[in-house]
Design a protein around this ligand. Structure first.
Ligand code: URA
Ligand code: CA
Length: 433
């Protein structure tokens, strides 16, 4: 078999066989197929797309390019949740203890963040003492005992995807639905999930800028999962503005604690209940979505979910007293308000600009090598649809330096205030099964 023939076949809109896709991904992973041939192939896919069989075969070839996590030592159906990326997305911190409190095993393997804020690991490390350096055996034991644990990424998962994603990034081929879908799903499948709940974001702060593309991406990922025997569903949610109010690591931990107490931002709470009910049903812990939702609401009301968060934190060395007293979390030296320059209604908040402003404060990594400051970030005071009066604060900046002019400029740039009444943003557009 020759790679040039496979490129030609895809260029001419024909379908590749499983053997051909396996040959290509193996060769690309071991270096016998060079980057330039793989780039030409990615561009051919960008223009001609792939059939459902090709997408499933590409996904599994990438899964098989490296290690696969075996979670069979953990009892029950392991449901993983994945978000296609957003700003201030604190759902994992809420969902992990929340669904675990109903007996759904949450075996979370998590990475560090790149970009606007840290990943789930970074956020959890803002709890004093919390650590993720546990052995695999300890991880399995903790999930069996408490139903929830988090471990740092181990092993060499989906090296083909790592290489291909890097190549796509510099060849203008990231934005292809078959390539995004297979990239995300290969990582979830290699991480050992039995079932997957996807949160596909749409809007200014997301990969998918319009609802049609988001629906198409969601359908493609659900189809991959179902094709390879992983029950999969997707929720399509709004990312026209950051989720919740907090953007920043310790600030988001506090927001997650508030939400588990039933006192969090409405949009974060709603999205967690929507995603959580799907997870509970996929794990066979409830028969219907309505039943699952009621169980989750009850777990928050009764304090069971919050209790589960304490158990989880303490089991990994963390100081669980921060959950009753979040003032023990790292906090920044200074806070500054950003006053509105006019009266009106917030009509737009460019999520990406808010994310970048938080990163510049030190809440995120500009490159893999950057260190992050867990205490800094932004807390939005006004969201889309809110009425504002001139001089009222739009955002509180939590900073460890006094020079925040550039941050302030970016925040003004992110907000649009309109004179006319603006409806609050729709949060959940669709569910795809
Ligand atoms: N996230 C991924 O992991 N892969 C893509 O291709 C796009 C977003
Ligand atoms: Ca948030």
């Amino acid at each position: 078999m020759r790679m040039v023939d496979l490129i030609e076949k895809k260029r001419d809109g024909k379908e590749l066989t499983k053997e051909e896709i396996d040959f290509m991904i193996k060769g690309y992973t071991d270096g016998t197929i060079p980057d330039y041939q793989m780039s030409a192939f990615a561009m051919a896919v960008f223009f001609n797309g792939m059939t459902p069989d090709e997408i499933a075969n590409l996904t599994m070839a990438m899964v098989e390019s490296g290690d696969q996590v075996d979670l069979s030592a953990i009892e029950g159906i392991k449901v993983d949740k994945h978000s296609t990326g957003g700003v201030g997305d604190t759902t994992t911190l809420v969902l992990a203890p929340l669904v675990a409190s109903l007996g759904v095993p949450v075996a979370k393997m998590s990475g560090r963040g790149l970009g606007h804020t840290g990943g789930t690991l970074d956020k959890l490390e803002s709890i004093p003492g919390f650590h993720i350096e546990i052995s695999e055996q300890e991880f399995f034991d903790l999930v069996n005992k408490n139903k929830v644990a988090v471990i740092g990424q181990t092993g060499n998962l989906t090296p083909a995807d790592k290489k291909l994603y890097g190549l796509r990034d510099v060849t203008a081929t990231v934005n292809s639905i078959p390539l995004i879908a297979s990239s995300i799903m290969s990582k979830k499948i290699a991480a050992g999930a039995d079932a997957i709940v996807l949160d596909v974001k749409v809007g200014s702060g997301a990969f998918m800028k319009d609802l049609d593309s988001a629906r198409k991406l969601a359908k493609t990922m659900v189809e991959i999962g179902n094709n390879v025997n992983r029950k999969t569903m997707a929720v399509i949610s709004n990312m026209d503005q950051p989720l919740g109010y907090a953007v920043g690591n310790a600030l988001e931990v506090k927001e997650a604690i508030d939400t588990l107490k039933g006192q969090g931002p409405e949009d974060l709470y709603d999205l967690c209940l929507t995603l959580g009910s799907q997870m509970v049903v996929l794990a066979n812990k409830a028969k219907t979505i309505d039943e699952a939702r009621q169980m989750l609401e009850e777990s928050i009301r009764s304090g069971k979910a919050l209790e589960k968060f304490k158990t989880f934190v303490a089991a990994q060395g963390g100081d669980s007293s921060v959950i009753d007293d979040p003032s023990k979390l790292p906090s920044a030296k200074f806070t500054f308000e950003v006053p509105a320059k006019e009266d009106g209604y917030v009509s737009k908040i460019v999520a990406e600009s808010i994310g970048t402003a938080a990163m510049l404060l030190g809440a995120g990594r500009a490159t893999k090598e950057s260190t992050i400051d867990l205490s800094v970030g932004l807390v939005l005071r006004k969201k889309i649809g809110d009425k504002v009066e001139k001089g009222e604060s739009l955002v509180t900046i939590h900073s460890n330096t006094e020079s925040v002019d550039e941050i302030v400029n970016r925040i003004y740039h992110a907000y649009t205030i309109s004179k006319e009444f603006v409806k609050p943003a729709t949060l959940i557009y669709d569910e795809i099964t």
